[in-house]
Design a protein around this ligand. Structure first.
Ligand code: MG
Ligand code: MG
Length: 255
């Protein structure tokens, strides 16, 4: 069931989004050669705790997962697409890192992700990251009242396919609210003019994930969480939680 949010609820979600954006900025600021993914997780946990919020990710267990998630961020390096468990791996110059984070304030969640490199990116990584961010921006721009969910999915997928990237099937955006993942599902490909009508009060996470190798195939790590490109190519992921309002799309996961 799709739940529309009131103005008051959107204001609370904006606070949750602010916490997520602050945590992501803090992680990005500290991500450097030699820093471990666990250290980044600890930093994000501190930001969430200091804000009086709680982690949406810690102990989260969706249907596909064999174990509760052990961190407050997903840290997905190089060929890991999403859902990387933060561990003792120490970052190296040239790594392409995607960090995903969720926080809950007064019962409402925010969910966002960003991709960047450790040190200067290769030309290919820079393009992959830029295209993923551009797809997110296009999806957000399509999230307007009077439109359809398919407009958002189409806007995202069109950019990825035009650039020749793979798009993993079965993973994408989602409604956000009292639960981090709620209806509707927001696929990263779709047909314009189709699907759920977009109404003010609808809140969705839009999250393109593009695979540089051009194939859609991915494999799941033995931990049951991390999704990796099957061809070993790099992947990027970007995400914002977005409210559809009478005035158009409003990003909730910004500082
Ligand atoms: Mg996320
Ligand atoms: Mg999400």
């Amino acid at each position: 069931m799709v739940e529309l949010k009131t103005e008051t609820e959107l204001a609370v979600m904006r606070e949750a989004g602010r916490v997520v954006a602050t945590a992501l900025a803090t992680v990005r600021e500290h991500a450097a050669p030699g820093v471990s993914l666990l250290e980044l997780d600890t930093l994000a946990a501190q930001v969430i705790r200091d804000a009086g919020a709680t982690s949406s990710f810690l102990n989260y267990r969706p249907h596909f997962a064999p174990t509760p998630f052990p961190g407050v961020i997903c840290a997905s390096v190089n060929d890991v697409i999403v859902h990387g468990i933060p561990d003792g791996y120490r970052l190296r110059a040239g790594d392409l890192v995607s960090i995903d984070c969720g926080a809950c304030v007064d019962g409402f969640h925010g969910d966002a992700a960003v991709s960047f490199t450790i040190g200067p990116p290769s030309a290919a990584d820079a393009t992959l990251i830029e295209d993923t961010a551009a797809a997110l921006a296009a999806g957000v721009a399509a999230a307007r009242p009077g439109g359809r969910l398919g407009d958002v999915s189409h806007a995202v997928g069109e950019i990825g396919r035009a650039a020749g990237y793979g798009i993993p099937q079965g993973f994408g955006g989602h409604g956000v609210g009292r639960r981090m993942h709620e209806d509707p599902s927001v696929p990263n490909e779709g047909r314009p003019g189709r699907g759920l009508p977009l109404r003010p009060g609808l809140v969705i996470a839009i999250e393109p994930m593009f695979l540089a190798g051009g194939r859609d195939r991915f494999v799941t790590d033995p931990d049951g969480w991390a999704l990796r490109t099957a061809d070993g190519s790099r992947a990027a992921h970007a995400e914002h939680t977005v409210a559809i309002t009478d005035d158009g799309p409003v990003l909730l996961t910004v500082v």
